[in-house]
Design a protein around this ligand. Sequence first.
Ligand code: G16
Length: 547
Amino acid sequence: MSSFQKVAEASSKFPKPDAAFTYGTAGVRTLGSLLESTVFRVGLLAALRSKKHGGACIGVMITASHNKEEDNGVKIVEPMGEMLDQSWESYCTDLANAPTDANVTQILETIVSKENIDLSLPATVAYARDTRPSGPALQAALESGLAALEAKPLNFGIVTTPQLHYFVRCINSKNTDNPYGEPTEDGYYKKLAAAFNKLIEGRAKTDPIHIDAANGVGAPQVLKLSSFIGSDSLDIVVHNDTINVENKLNVECGADYVKSNQRSPSGVNVQPKQRFCSFDGDADRILFYYVSESTGKFNLLDGDKIATLAALYIKEQITDAGLKDLRVGVIQTAYANGSSTEYIQKKLQLPVVFTKTGVKHLHHEAEKWDIGVYFEANGHGTILFNSKARDAFNSAQPDTPAQDDALSRLRALRDLTNETVGDAMSDMLIVEVILRTKGWSLEQWNQCYTDKANRLLKVIVKDRTIFKTTNAEQTLTSPDGLQSTIDNLVAKYPGSRSFVRPSGTEDAVRVYAEANSTQDCDELAYKVAGQVFDQAGGRGTRPPEFL
Ligand code: G16
């Protein structure tokens, strides 16, 4: 009898629907109603991953983040809070697509033998979900998967994605030389609040931060965080906080909406001088914006602006602390605004490395630096400090009181940072600390450099899997001929660039364009989008020729 007899029995309760699944940019994502069998099988895989790590706790997050409410998704978190090792992604795809229960157990057996997994080891899996209506059924499916392999379940309820990543790291680092913190919600808030209050000591309180919480889990969580920080230190006003009403999540609000439409979300009326930011549905992204007092124009400060602000501050602090030999690198993707890259390289004199889209790629590149700052333009990112940096912060001998202060700021900055993954709450506080330290408004921050005009569009096509890319996803190798059409269009607009790639989280193809003027940029973006639509079997309405 198969060692997975119990699995086969449990699996029969979660038949695979007639759909294909892929472990994409951030796990498997599709309509929540199609995902029960996949999430059950992810439970099995997470249990095996835990055994593979000698019983270390593995995380599973049920969320579709910025996607529409009907979607849901699932992703696996490694013991130190990183995204699932890419060598295991194909196991997940294979399991999710296995047509029968017998195929499921066969694939498990193959994984066990290929990875040399000792099934007698224990397994622990920590999991959580966002506020989507399909969440409870998917959580039940996950729990069945864990029970089928007798993995110990640790249910963290409804929390943000970065909180779950944080808990997993805390659990696994508990008895090490470098414990990350207490694996509880209160532990998370206490750590961030203490670091924030230390870093703003002696600085004047600023006007409130207004948060568009995308009607998602970030709304209740940031209010809890706020109560730990205290209103003497920071006032937070939360908008779009309706989490118990259907069809509100990410609808005309949230970081993805604000970035794509370059306008403020509905549900808020941004007044000049007010400081606003938007989270996405699971609070792993953040963007800031304001309305200019003189022109009334909407101004967006995206992930690139956050990366440059963080890199500037870190560079100043390590210089003040006398730690000049720490290597600081900034990691971006092709979506990074050309002006931000130029500012980092020329003004900050820091190196920039490019990776494919997806924090899983940026994170691994950032690990190669003593301090790696990574942000995607969409607002997803964080800062990583390696052991050399941590040791320097903790044990460098300061020559002056000023150096001592800078070292203590760097230690607090590390505590304020969620190093496991991009975290809207942590990133919001990091930005607030830097702005207060510098005495800058959002407008002054925005003046560091001027963004090139840019536009991000989505085109829905019959089959987005026909889109294949190379060159860090900036050049299409398929469909045939489309890349040369794009090249010809780009050549017509001086200083422009444009690229097309299939989304790994939504059933859409993304079109990005950047140019010297808004008019050129929009013309280029819509022309490229029109060509994608025509040459790849667009669905729905063809993109207009111009905005
Ligand atoms: C996820 C990933 C991000 C990525 C985004 C869009 O974000 O974590 O790294 O930038 O998807 O990816 P794509 O363009 O492939 O759809 P989130 O916030 O949805 O988890």
